[in-house]
Design a protein around this ligand. Structure first.
Ligand code: SF4
Length: 573
């Protein structure tokens, strides 16, 4: 239940306002010389700021994003792209996983210069949400079929366990929904200022070392709250994760909310609650609230935290609207107090912190025994790029080996679960024939790339092709390198491929080549990490590489690391 205005935790607008340029300027004026500027507030609903302060808030107030579905089905699918209302096209469509994609051939120099409509292709990217990364064979086949029929065979596995299709026409969207929903998949709130896909351990319920299976909580949150107007107008996106794996396999440090498996000394297995993480241009690691949450309470606590975000989140400026900014101002103690007092109306139990995993990779690749005696096989894609045929063949392979469960991972890879021991080698060989490797090189295993300029309107550089080429080059040049290393490529200053927490983070931008020409390249960030030593990579001042110099640069870096590192020292150290 939402709190009443009188019972609110207090307006942060005073403190937040003190940080605004206007308020700072007011503070420096001579006393009495002028009336102090009135803090503008941050647009928090909970303290009465209900009037939209920017165009995004306005279109959300005008009509809930979820309502666009009806217009797509009854109007736009029949009248075509050019008939779509502007606020629907670049705003509300996202509530159903649809983004306009970039017109081919527009180079990175035009990004941010051209008007959004000049960058628009008349096709869409469509994101299929895969909560917990959980797919069965029928679902994977349905995605493959939709991809083949309506998306020119495109299908990228994202680092949030989704699958993204491209080249989708508005005319085909209702038929796509019909096919996906027939097998229990959806695109509901896959994008937009909404609760996005809920990350989950890809080995939930099967791993021998599991602390607790978070699947029931993910299913219950999805059932109760996804597509529910109660949380369909948030200040910005809200990213969630639930995992009971001791490997910490859902990047809990950088979600808005994460439930991380722990064992309470008195109460047993449950979850440690983390809030307020996020990357992008102002990265911030999530903080623990210091509470232990039993499995059955996860949906209620999740609703409390997202309720705080909806009610107290900053809505004035888009670039200050993520939950991390509220957490930065409140701190975990106040956040916990508001959660308990105003949303849960009870005290939460104090709980322990999770232990640091000792594994060198968190990604579940390779062959592993399940607790029921069968096996799962994790195989690496090439920077998440797959296609309709490949996904259909994975579905066939899984089925032929007795499995009905496939999982996507936050490293853009795939797992096939429930394989009898005597079928493992055959599955591994079959996946390898498809280019999916259970024993990949560290480069294939550790390299991720965002969508980049091929389809993304914010991109400045190409990423998927470069990421794949970099893997090939490094495999050829450093065949004996066997240390874990993560190399993440972004096409712009956003952080879709998590560059700040990679060993080698590559932020796409235009750079000067040796001849003074502006070309595609990358700003280099080094030494980012997740885990107990989590931290953001250092931007190496002045270190920018052109795209063509990238393989030489990374090769030099890795050779130096191998020569100079002390025993057991990780790249980030
Ligand atoms: Fe697009 Fe930038 Fe995100 Fe890459 S990081 S997908 S270029 S917004």
């Amino acid at each position: 239940m939402a709190p009443t205005p009188e019972s609110r935790a207090g307006d942060t607008a005073g403190s937040a306002g003190a940080r605004t340029p206007g308020a700072r300027a007011a503070g420096t004026r001579a006393a009495g010389s002028r009336r102090p500027a009135r803090p503008r507030g941050e647009g928090q609903w909970a303290v009465g700021h209900r009037e939209p302060l920017n165009a995004n808030e306005q279109f959300k107030k005008d009509d809930d994003g979820l309502n666009v579905r009806r217009r797509i089905e009854t109007i736009y699918a029949h009248t075509g792209f050019d008939s779509i209302d502007g606020n629907d096209l670049r705003g509300r469509m996202r509530w159903w996983g649809l983004y306009t994609q970039r017109k081919p051939g527009i180079d990175g120099g035009k990004t941010g210069v051209l008007e959004p409509h000049e960058l628009d292709d008349k096709y869409f990217m469509l994101r299929v949400r895969i909560d917990g990364g959980a797919l069965n064979v029928a679902q994977l086949r349905a995605v493959a079929e939709v991809s083949r029929t309506y998306a020119r065979g495109t299908a990228d596995i994202t680092d949030r366990q989704n699958i993204q299709l491209h080249w989708v026409r508005i005319e085909d969207v209702p038929a796509i929904w019909e096919k996906l929903e027939a097998v229990g998949l959806s695109t509901t709130e896959a994008c937009g200022d909404t609760p996005r896909v809920i990350l989950g351990s890809p080995v939930a319920g099967i791993a021998e070392d599991e602390i607790i299976d978070g699947t029931p909580a993910i299913e219950e949150i999805t059932r109760r709250y996804i597509g529910n107007p109660e949380f369909s107008n948030l200040p910005r996106k809200f990213k969630s994760a639930v995992s009971g794996s001791p490997l910490h396999d859902v990047v809990h440090e950088i979600n808005d909310i994460s439930f991380v498996g722990v064992v309470h000394p008195e109460h047993g297995p449950g979850f440690d609650l983390w809030v307020g993480g996020g990357l992008s241009t102002n990265p911030r690691l999530a903080e623990r609230l210091g509470v232990w949450v039993p499995l059955q309470d996860v949906p209620e606590v999740w609703a409390g935290v997202i309720g705080i975000f909806r009610d107290y989140g900053y809505r004035r400026l888009r670039n200050r609207a993520r939950l991390k900014f509220l957490m930065a101002d409140w701190g975990p103690e106040r956040f916990r107090q508001v959660l308990q007092d105003e949303y849960l109306h009870r005290e939460l139990v104090d709980g322990p912190a999770p232990a640091e995993p000792d594994a060198r990779w968190r990604d579940h690749l390779g062959v592993h025994r399940q607790k029921d005696g069968r096996y799962y096989v994790g195989a690496a894609t090439r920077v998440g790029r797959t296609n309709a045929d490949l996904l259909a063949k994975v579905a066939d392979l899984a089925e032929a080996h007795g499995s009905d469960r496939i999982r996507t991972t936050v490293e853009q890879n795939l797992l096939v679960l429930d394989i009898p021991e005597n079928r493992v080698d055959s599955l591994v060989a079959g996946l390898a024939e498809l280019g999916l490797h259970a024993k990949p090189s560290p480069f294939r295993r550790g390299t991720m790339a965002c969508t980049g300029i091929e389809f993304c309107k914010l991109a400045i550089v190409e990423t998927k092709g470069r990421g794949g080429d970099l893997i090939d080059e490094l495999e050829r040049r450093l065949p004996d390198f066997d240390e874990p290393v993560t190399i993440n490529l972004n096409g712009c200053p956003n952080a879709c491929a998590r560059i700040q927490v990679a060993d080698i983070g590559l932020k796409g931008q235009l750079v000067m080549d040796a001849d003074g020409n502006q070309v595609e390249g990358f700003q280099v960030h080094l030494g980012g990490a997740l885990g107990l030593s989590a931290g953001f990579g250092r931007k190496v001042r002045g270190l920018k590489v052109t795209a063509s110099e990238l393989p030489d640069y990374v090769e030099r870096l890795l050779r130096r690391y191998r020569e100079e590192r002390k025993d057991g020292e990780r790249f980030a150290e």
